[in-house]
Write a protein that binds this ligand. Sequence first.
Ligand SMILES: C[S@@+](CC[C@H](N)C(=O)[O-])C[C@H]1O[C@@H](n2cnc3c(N)ncnc32)[C@H](O)[C@@H]1O
Length: 189
Amino acid sequence: MQRRQFLAAVAGTGLAGFANAFEPSRLMLAQAATRSPDVIFVPTPNKVVDRMLELAKVTARDLVYDLGCGDGRIVITAAKRYGARGVGVDIDPDRVKEAIANAKAAGVADKVKFIQGDLFETDISPATVVALYLLTSLNLKLKPKLLNDLKPGTRVVSHAFDMGDWKPEMEDYVEGSNVYLWRVPPRKA
Ligand SMILES: C[S@@+](CC[C@H](N)C(=O)[O-])C[C@H]1O[C@@H](n2cnc3c(N)ncnc32)[C@H](O)[C@@H]1O
């Protein structure tokens, strides 16, 4: 199927944003932005992943983005457990390869995509849920993009690191880690 036919086929199905996330031009832009990671790979423990997805109340209608996705476990779990679709973004090509292999092994390769690129340069506007495990300094750098580019109502969950003066709607403590939930507020007029 031609790309234009594919986009036409998904228009109006709720999958249009998902399809847009994979436009080849956006993939190329993301790949061109590759540079050193801002933070090293440390995986979120599975029980913390579960709690992040619970706090965000992920369902099959969601498109979950993990910005700095590592081995892909957050979006893979969202797809496997809730039937959600997912997009993982990581600047490290080895992590992206690993995440793709893990998605295949988990049987959810049709539901998740992984993009090699800089999370600060990636189009995150189709997301309905965004997962983060970065650093407070990176969350603060990312905050304007979250507030400007995400749709109002989009849920943002973070493992361990907060957002400074953007106070969470909910927080929890699991397996020795804080987990935070925010909701993107309506735009100011
Ligand atoms: C602490 S790990 C979290 C992995 C995964 N999200 C999880 O919770 O299991 C952070 C990940 O962010 C990636 N990363 C760091 N800087 C990045 C950037 N600017 N753009 C995209 N990914 C980045 C790293 O390669 C690493 O895999």
